[in-house]
Design a protein around this ligand. Structure first.
Ligand SMILES: [Ca+2]
Length: 497
C-alpha cells in the first residue's frame, strides 16, 4: 500500500516539477509547523530575557530545541515578512513590498512558488490558520487566496482580528465567512489547527501547518485569566499587553500539547518566530513590547524593527537547549523547510534565502550565502534599505545616498557609525547594496513605484495623486472631518499595519 502511495506521489511530483529526495519520501519526512506571532519583539519572551512577561510554554519549548539570537524577519512590517517566509525571496523581489491595506492591488502573486504549493505537490497535507495578510482583496475572486497558494484547508483574516482579539467576527474558512466567534483570537486560531489535525487531515500523509496569530498586534484583548497573572502591574495598558503575550504563549502550548497527545512530537519540525519588532514607543503607546534594548522598533530597519525571536524544535535532529548566533532571515525558512522535507528548491528563479539546516542541526558553524541578508522598506521612518554581511551592517536612505555602517559584533545597539573609520568595508558594502537593489528592482513588480509605501492602497505619484484627489475630493473631505485633532488618524493607521 505504501509503495503504491509512493509511486503515485512520484508521478505527481514529476508532473509538477517537484523533486523529492527518495530517501526522505517515506516515513522519515517530518511534519512541519510554522508558528508566527505578530509584532512580537526580540525581548518579549522569558527565554529571551524579558523580566516580567510570562511565557512558560515557549520557554519550555526553547529548552527542547534551538534558540536563535540573531534571527531576523525579512521586513519590519507584516505582509512583506510573510511573503518572504512562503517564497524564500526578499519582498521587493516577490512584490509584497509593504503591508497590504484592505482593497490594495498588492498581493502575493501566483507566479511565486510557495512553501505550501511545493510541499503539497510532494505529498504533504497543508493547512493555514490565523492572520493571512498577503492580499488586499481578501476572499475575493480578483486576487489569489490561501488555497491558490497551496493550502488544502484555511481559516484566516485579511489582516487583524476585528473588532479585536476578543470575539472576532472576520474569520473566513475555506472561502466562507465564519461569523462571530466566542473567545480570543490566538486560542481560536490554534483550536482550528487542532480540529484540522484531528479531523480533517489525511493521516497517511505528513502535514505542513502554518499558524499565524494576531497577538500581540493592536488592537489587543487579553483574557482575564492571563491578566490576573500580572497583579503587580498598575498600568492597565501594560498589563493587557503582557497578558496578551501570555495568551499567545498559552495558544502555542495548546498546540504543542496536541502534538504530544497525538504522539506526533518526535516526527514534527516546529519553527516559532515573529514577523517584525514591537509596535509603538514601548512606554506611552498601547504597544508595550520589548526589543531587548535594540535600537528602533516596528517599521525601523535598525535591529529592533527586524530582529525577532526564533525557536526551532526537531527531536533527534536539532539539539535540545542549543543557542545559535548565526544570522538567519525569514527568507531562509523556505529552502530550509523544503530541505527538511527532502524537496528541491525551484531552480529557475533567484532565491534570497538559503538552506540553514546544517547550522540548525549543528553540522555547520556558518551559513554560506551568495547574497547578504537584505531589507528594503520605503515606509521605514529613517533608513529604508539595509544589508548584513557577517558582523557588518549597512543602512541607507531611499536614494541610497546617505548611509551608516555598524559592526554588530562590537556594537549591537548601532550607536557608532563606522563609515569614515572603515572606508574600505564601507565602499564594499555600499557597492553591494546598490547592485543588489538594482538586481531586485529589475525582477520584482514595480507596484512600489506608483503605490503608497504605506499600505500600497493609493497612488504615490504626485500627478496621479492630484488627479485622484480632484476626482474624489468630496469623499476625502468627509473622511478628514472624522479625524480627531489629537492624531486619531495616525493611531488608526498604526492599528492596521
Ligand atoms: Ca506584524
Amino acid at each position: 500500500m505504501r509503495d503504491m502511495f509512493l509511486c503515485g506521489l512520484f508521478a505527481l511530483c514529476v508532473e509538477l516539477g517537484v523533486v523529492v529526495d527518495v530517501c526522505l519520501a517515506g516515513a522519515e519526512r517530518p511534519n512541519i509547523i510554522l508558528f508566527l506571532a505578530d509584532d512580537l519583539g526580540w525581548g518579549d519572551l522569558g527565554c529571551y530575557g524579558h523580566p516580567v512577561i510570562r511565557t512558560p510554554h515557549l520557554d519550555t519549548f526553547a529548552g527542547q530545541g534551538l534558540r536563535l539570537t540573531s534571527c531576523y524577519a525579512a521586513s519590519a512590517v507584516c505582509s512583506p515578512s510573510r511573503s518572504a517566509l512562503l517564497t524564500g525571496r526578499t519582498p521587493h523581489r516577490n512584490g509584497v513590498y509593504t503591508w497590504i491595506a484592505e482593497g490594495a492591488p498588492v498581493h502575493l502573486r501566483t507566479t511565486e512558488r510557495t512553501l505550501p504549493t511545493l510541499l503539497r505537490a510532494a505529498g504533504y497535507g497543508t493547512c493555514h490558520t490565523g492572520k493571512w495578510h498577503l492580499n488586499g482583496l481578501f476572499n475575493q475572486a480578483d486576487q489569489p487566496q490561501p488555497d491558490a497558494h497551496g493550502y488544502d484547508w484555511w481559516m484566516a483574516t485579511q489582516n487583524n482580528a476585528a473588532p479585536s482579539h476578543h470575539n472576532p467576527v472576520n474569520f473566513v474558512r475555506n472561502g466562507v465567512p465564519v461569523g462571530p466567534l466566542e473567545g480570543y483570537s490566538a486560542l481560536l486560531t490554534v483550536d482550528e489547527a487542532v480540529r484540522w489535525l484531528r479531523s480533517e487531515r489525511d493521516r497517511s500523509r505528513p502535514f505542513f501547518l502554518t499558524v499565524w496569530t494576531h497577538e500581540p498586534h493592536y488592537p489587543i484583548a487579553a483574557a482575564a485569566e492571563y491578566q490576573a497573572l500580572y497583579p503587580e502591574l498598575p498600568d492597565v495598558v501594560q498589563r493587557e499587553h503582557h497578558a496578551n503575550v501570555t495568551q499567545l504563549d498559552a495558544a502555542f502550548g495548546r498546540l504543542m500539547q496536541e502534538l504530544d497527545a497525538e504522539q506526533l512530537t518526535s516526527e514534527t519540525l516546529v519553527v516559532f518566530t515573529s514577523d517584525n519588532g514591537p509596535e509603538g514607543d514601548g512606554v506611552t503607546s498601547p504597544g508595550r513590547g520589548s526589543t531587548g534594548g535594540l535600537r528602533g522598533r516596528k517599521r525601523h530597519l535598525y535591529e529592533g524593527g527586524i530582529r525577532v525571536p526564533g525557536l526551532v524544535r526537531w527531536p533527534g535532529k536539532v539539539a535540545a537547549g542549543a543557542v545559535c548566533d548565526v544570522p538567519i532571515i525569514g527568507s531562509d525558512v523556505f529552502p530550509t523547510l523544503l530541505a527538511a522535507a527532502g524537496v528541491s528548491v525551484p531552480s529557475e528563479r533567484v532565491l534570497d534565502g538559503v538552506n540553514v539546516l546544517p547550522v540548525l542541526t549543528g553540522q555547520a558553524a556558518a551559513v554560506e550565502r551568495e547574497r547578504p541578508l537584505y531589507w528594503r522598506l520605503l515606509m521605514a521612518p529613517q533608513m529604508k534599505s539595509a544589508l548584513r554581511d557577517g558582523d557588518w551592517k549597512l543602512l541607507a536612505d531611499e536614494r541610497l545616498e546617505r548611509m551608516e555602517l555598524y559592526n554588530l559584533r562590537m556594537d549591537e545597539h548601532e550607536t557608532t557609525d563606522l563609515r569614515e573609520r572603515e572606508p574600505e568595508k564601507f565602499e564594499q558594502l555600499r557597492s553591494r547594496l546598490i547592485a543588489l537593489t538594482a538586481e531586485i528592482d529589475a525582477e520584482g513588480p514595480d507596484w512600489w513605484k506608483t503605490l503608497s509605501p504605506n499600505g500600497g492602497g493609493v497612488v504615490r505619484d504626485e500627478k496621479q495623486k492630484n488627479k485622484q484627489k480632484k476626482q474624489q475630493s468630496g469623499v476625502k473631505q468627509g473622511q478628514r472631518q472624522q479625524v480627531s485633532p489629537s492624531g486619531g488618524r495616525k493611531a488608526e493607521q498604526q492599528e492596521q499595519q
